[in-house]
Design a protein around this ligand. Sequence first.
Ligand code: SAH
Length: 230
Amino acid sequence: MTWSADVLTLYPEMFPGPLGKSLSGKALKKGIWSLNIYDLKEYGLGPHRSVDEKPSGGGPGMVLRADVIDTAINNCFKKDRPLIYFSPKGRPLNQDTIEKFSSTKGVSIICGHFEGIDQRVIDLHDIEEISIGDYILSGGEIATIVFLDSLVRLLPDVLGNNNSKKIETFTDGLLEYPQYTKPNEFKGMKIPDILLSGNHKVIKEWQKNQALSLTKLRRPDLIDKKKDKI
Ligand code: SAH
């Protein structure tokens, strides 16, 4: 069955955007996954199709209304899919989460804007809040594109070489070793001799050590996490 993403947004024209190109775009054309975009404005209230209101209790900006989002969810989304709201308050997104969602039938996503969405609709629908990093975006669309781009490449038959997803950064809890390709010498800099030795055992060992020292240097938190798992 085709993996599907249902997305509710104030900016339908932002999709498929980058998802229509490269790997995810090819997979979309091949029917390996499908993308259904729903316009939140269609569920807005009154002649102006209003979707937001001032925050209760004061404060800056506007909040997306619970009633508007609820009607949109009930009209657009399938009942048997996980519901995601990308939000800086959410659980940080990582490769494990992406893998988990790639083995479902698909997901439904709400793209937030302004100050976000009314808490009651999050509670009512048991929506999972996920953050793509510790910074503030102006809307959930780019977070959705980031999430779907990394998820779609994990779907069966998307990557030409199935091995390439097995040995990447994060897959084994480490950053990837440095990569080189021709020319063997570039502006006086040579590719490490080991990589040209043809000795696969030694090469593998070198790559493992490189991955380990790079991770120790840049992401000691990943080493700690790996230790926790053992
Ligand atoms: N006032 C909110 C931020 C709203 S930003 C707060 O302080 O928590 C507007 C919208 O952009 C959010 O509703 C969310 O959908 C999206 N967004 C912003 N930063 C994000 C992040 N780091 N990860 C995922 N989505 C994010």
